[in-house]
Design a binder for this molecule. Structure first.
Ligand code: FAD
Length: 803
């Protein structure tokens, strides 16, 4: 019997056991099919390079904490971390620019002292470098080498010594028994353990454990090459583990570290070599260890060529150690963390690098203990994968692409290169195509970003051209669609929205308990609200429309639907008095927005829509089509979200399109949608708001009703309000020609104030518009700050939002 069974004693399982022990847990059992602690999993052969900076704040902070944690650990074998610094070199101009962006991320995420180096300065740090090959380098002094097995063992020892956990090696989990959707026991080759919680930290074997309970763990083991040289004359007599900074040459998909008097080379410079988890050899069958495959010379040739260009003295060495190790790749490159929404008590912490192992253990322990992680984890959420992206074909294809792209420069608006497109099409799709839609994809949906047929609008609207980074994946047509929406009327395909029907005798009570705002229970009234976690952080951001006495229509974003639904299901009353139906596929949605929207709508319905107030909804007929017309807008213009049964979608489009002709109606895309919402102060969950922010600091206090009665997060929120120290501010860049893209640091002199949560050009304002949380002392309108973008500083001014 155990309170929790952790499957896997690699770095992730051990780190989680450690953090649970710190939080006072007991009765944890950790099982591994291999010997402890060199178990034969990926941790056993990872060379342990830790580069902390990532475009994701969450991943960077997980790595930062990991460095702090490993730095304190050691066993009789030695220290778990060597803080030798990390160098990323630039071969190409594009990479050099990217490294400047990385300096910005380091500032945004609070990693100190990261800076650029000249080629000569890089050579001073690593004398083996041929500095003539590079344009410069990016240096992070706190990066370094993790000795992953030592770290795992030290973390496990703490959990064992504090009587929190027992570890069993050479014990294989064969099955997990589930009754009525709840984990009941774990079946091993040494006997059964009764438990209602399992945490899967099984690395590349994760999908096999998922299959035991019918859950998809979307990762694929990929072979990845690592070699070690014979001793280098330049390092003769060196016995210390590592002294040189670790090096990455992302332009050539390789990385390097010193091993005393030798060097190690890792390479992603070959087509992905994916492995079915079922085909991984057992400990008995594997020649060395299960996570190692035969080294394939042919895949290493290009990497070796670029290695000796950068580190010429390696050319004289032999390669006595060569492996194809296996590690996990997911469809979007992020880990998979959290409790399954299908099987209660089935927890997952998968596809985690050694770099993030310490931090992931911490947040998973927090999740298991209180349900509230100290970091926003939405990028890693196990529920982020819609079902259409859970097929083997999709997962393999996307994971392979992640492998290819692992060191690539990725533009924030870049579209996935996989052939898996067109998974979800709205009924308007043929019309969107006819109008020359340029599609971007999200959660499997094809969403128009702009329409080539609107190019003619550029004769009417003058949209400033862009250059460089901000001109990529962008068209001036977006700006024209933006202005045409503000002046006239536009149709937006909003079908990807997640649409939920919450019904039942306690539906209202349930929603009141979940939501920070008071849910209006008058039929036809719409409430905008947050759902908070117990810390007062914003867990969900949605609109709720009362359709009837016990019926509510809940709308949230397309990409966050799985996340929000899981949170709502977690809090459903046990007595089945509330039901949630995901009706996203049953209904399509059009946004009809702009000052002329009432004229278009009036032309197709007998209902009098001219007098309707904001935040109201009505069931009406548009022609013969039954529709729910909700008078809300995310773009800050008059208009409606119109929901109709999916099968009536095409007819609805044609009806509105034809009625709109005399008013100059256009179709508009996601690009215009984004800049319109930014100009009007509407926030995006996952960027501007998430669990690390509360509604008061985000300026959403108007949608919190602390006096309405008890709701999740209420008390914590009121406490946070007392100590509020920052505020989401609206800023514009002083230079009208510059457009930043998000995540850039906001500074006053050398003081880092915050970072850009969202940014885009405000076509009506004629300036780039920025959101950022700033300390209250910098939040007053008129305050001037600086934004660092590709190494340059631009002045920005805090503004009062004019609606
Ligand atoms: P693992 O260490 O694989 O642990 C999973 C454990 O689960 C295994 O011990 C396994 O025996 C056990 N298990 C599985 N199924 C069962 C079962 N049914 N019953 C019982 N036990 C089970 N990361 C970095 O951050 N930096 C690097 O420089 C780096 N270099 C790498 C180089 C190579 C060549 C490779 C292959 C990977 C590298 N990685 C690196 C990635 C890193 O090694 C892994 O991401 C990390 O070690 C995964 O840790 P884990 O605990 O999730 O998995």
């Amino acid at each position: 019997k155990a309170k929790l069974v952790i499957i896997g004693a690699g770095i992730v399982g051990c780190s989680t056991a450690y953090h649970l022990a710190k939080l006072g847990w007991q009765d944890i059992v950790v099982i591994d099919r291999g010997p402890l602690f060199a178990t034969g999993g990926s941790t056993s052969h990872a060379p342990g390079l830790v580069f902390q900076i990532n475009y994701s704040k969450t991943m960077t902070l997980l790595a930062k904490y990991t460095v702090e944690l490993y730095s304190q650990l050691q066993t009789a074998e030695g220290s778990a971390f060597y803080s030798v610094g990390g160098i990323e070199v630039a071969y190409t101009e594009a990479r050099w620019q990217e490294l400047k962006r990385k300096v910005g991320w380091a500032k945004s995420w609070g990693i100190e002292y990261a800076k650029l180096l000249t080629p000569e300065q890089a050579k001073e740090k690593v004398p083996l470098l041929d500095e003539t090959e590079i344009l410069g380098a990016f240096y992070v002094p706190t990066d370094g080498i993790a000795k992953a097995v030592i770290a795992a063992e030290a973390l496990a020892n703490f959990a064992i010594d504090s009587d929190a956990a027992k570890f069993y090696g050479d014990t294989q989990v064969l099955d997990i028994e589930v009754e009525q959707g709840q984990v009941k026991s774990v079946v091993t080759d040494k006997g059964n353990i009764t438990t209602d919680k399992v945490l899967v930290c099984a690395g590349i074997w994760g999908p096999l454990i998922g299959e035991m309970v019918g859950e998809v763990i979307p990762l694929v083991p990929a072979q990845h090459q690592y070699v070690k040289t014979t001793p280098l004359p330049e390092l003769a007599g060196e016995t210390r583990e590592v002294v040189h900074p670790i090096i990455r040459n992302q332009d050539k998909s390789t990385y390097f570290r010193q091993h005393a008097d030798c060097y190690g080379v890792g390479s992603y410079d070959h087509e992905p070599l994916l492995v079915d988890p079922k085909d991984i050899l057992s400990h008995k069958e594997a020649p060395i260890m299960p996570s190692l495959m035969q080294f394939t010379e042919e895949h290493f040739q290009a990497a070796w060529q670029s290695t000796i260009e950068l580190l010429p003295s390696l050319a004289e060495t032999e390669l006595p150690y060569k492996i194809n190790g296996m590690m996990s790749f997911t469809p979007d490159g992020f880990p998979v963390i959290g409790e399954s929404s299908k099987v209660k008590g089935f927890w997952v912490a998968e596809a985690v690098w050694v770099t993030h192992g310490g931090g992931v253990g911490k947040v998973v322990a927090e999740l298991l203990t209180t349900g509230i992680p100290s970091l926003d984890l939405h990028e890693c959420d196990i529920n982020r994968f819609p079902q259409v992206t859970q097929s083997r074909e999709y997962i393999w294809e996307s994971a392979a692409q992640q492998y290819r792209d692992v060191y690539d420069i990725i533009h924030p608006q870049a579209q996935p290169k996989t052939q898996y497109r067109q998974l979800r099409l709205s009924p308007f799709y043929p019309r969107l195509q006819e109008l020359g839609a340029v599609f971007f994809t999200s959660a499997g949906w094809e969403r128009p970003q702009w329409f080539e047929s609107n190019a003619k609008l550029l004769e009417k609207y003058s949209i400033p051209q862009r250059e460089g980074w901000s001109a990529q994946n962008w068209s001036p047509i977006q700006g024209a669609e933006h202005l045409a929406t503000r002046e006239g009327v536009a149709l937006y395909d909003l079908t990807p929205f997640t649409k939920l029907k919450v019904t039942g005798e306690k539906a209202l009570e349930y929603l009141q308990y979940l939501c920070a705002n008071k849910i209006n229970s008058t039929v036809g009234k719409v409430t905008y609200t947050s759902m908070l976690d117990a810390n007062g952080g914003i867990m969900c951001d949605l609109t709720i429309t009362c359709l009837g006495k016990e019926q509510f229509w809940v709308i949230t974003g397309g990409a966050v639907g799985g996340h929000d639904l899981a949170w709502m299901k977690l809090h459903l009353p046990q007595d089945h008095s509330v039901n949630i139906a995901d009706v996203s596929s049953s209904y399509c949605c059009l946004g009809l927005w702009g000052p002329l929207a009432p004229k278009v709508l009036s032309a197709v319905t007998d209902a009098d829509v001219s007098q309707e107030g904001f935040f109201t909804a009505r069931q009406i007929y548009l022609g013969s089509i039954p529709a729910l017309a909700v008078r809300v807008s995310y773009v800050g213009e008059l208009g409606w979200e119109i929901y109709v049964p999916t099968e009536s979608g095409l007819k609805l489009w044609d009806l509105l399109w034809s009625a709109g002709q005399s008013y100059g109606i256009i179709a508009a895309g996601g690009g215009a949608f984004e800049s319109l919402r930014l100009e009007k102060g509407y926030l995006l969950w996952g960027a501007d708001i998430h669990t690390e922010c509360d509604p008061y600091e985000a300026g959403l206090g108007f949608a919190v009703k602390p006096n309405k009665g008890e709701f999740i997060g209420r008390d914590a929120l009121l406490q946070r309000k007392e100590y509020q120290s920052r505020k989401l501010c609206y800023l514009t860049l002083d230079d009208p020609k510059v457009v930043v893209m998000g995540k850039e640091p906001v500074l006053s002199g050398e003081k880092i104030l915050g970072y850009v949560t969202s940014a885009d050009y405000g076509y009506s304002l004629g300036r780039c518009f920025i959101y950022a949380y700033l300390p209250l002392s910098y939040a007053a309108p008129g305050t001037t700050v600086e934004i660092e973008y590709f190494g340059d500083r631009y002045l920005a001014t805090v503004k009062e939002l004019e609606n």
